[in-house]
Write a protein of this length. Structure first.
Length: 227
């Protein structure tokens, strides 16, 4: 039975609006491209994954995903994240996929070992693994077996919402906390996480121009953005 990574992606030219005070439209686009391609490169190195599926309404993001060897699924323009993920996992379940790993496209410290940690923590024979963000409000990583066993509750306080759902329905759940899964880029101060690629971005918010130490033993080479 196959294991598939699902990466939902917002339109590359519209994401990261919270950074508008420090980055202009083109700079945010460059940042989004880098974060997205970094995610794809990491996932391609995870041997447990049979394939990567990118879900988006952005045709440019889907084309970029295919260039990196990912499969793609175009969602309707009015689709919400939870509904899009539900449709995707029902489809995967019908194609003999046993496990789904869902990751956002904005984890600059993501490494192969982070994805493997999610898979290793999955309860048998069914269950859910959650990786919260650093504030333990959002869900930065989710693995579920079988794929349609969970009701997605992304949005405000999604970590608590997913945890509550699992307990309500008696679904075994594990929690994984790792720097590569905890830190995303949402706010200006988070630009320190990409200081090695975009030093000028980090400098605008007074952040050091070197990335803070983090365990990244299998970081992909070529820290560049590609769009």
């Amino acid at each position: 039975m196959a294991i598939v990574a699902v990466v939902p992606v917002k339109p590359l030219r519209r994401g990261k609006s919270r950074l508008a005070a420090v980055l202009d439209d083109e700079e945010r686009y460059r940042l989004n491209c880098y974060l997205f391609t970094h995610t794809l490169k990491v996932l391609k190195q995870v041997p447990e994954l049979e394939r990567i599926l990118v879900v988006s309404r952005d045709t440019a993001a889907l084309a970029l995903a295919r260039e990196h060897g990912a499969h793609t699924l175009q969602e309707p323009s009015d689709s919400q994240l939870n509904l899009a993920l539900k449709r995707t996992t029902v489809l995967l379940r019908s194609t003999a996929v046993s496990t789904v790993v869902i990751l956002p496209a904005d984890l600059p410290l993501l490494a192969v070992e982070d994805v493997q940690a999610l898979l290793a923590a999955l309860p048998e024979p069914e269950g859910l693994v959650l990786a919260p963000n650093a504030q333990e409000t959002g869900t930065n990583g989710l693995a579920v077996r079988p794929p349609d066993r969970v009701e997605y509750r992304y949005g405000p306080n999604s970590f608590a919402q997913h945890l509550a759902y699992a307990r309500e329905v008696g679904l075994p759940v594990a929690i994984v906390r790792r720097p590569g899964l905890q830190y995303d880029v949402d706010w200006p101060e988070d630009l320190r996480l990409v200081a090695d690629v975009f030093p000028s971005f980090a400098a605008r918010v007074g952040a050091p121009t070197t990335t803070p130490p983090s365990p990244r033993p299998s970081t992909v080479s070529g820290r560049t953005y590609e769009c």
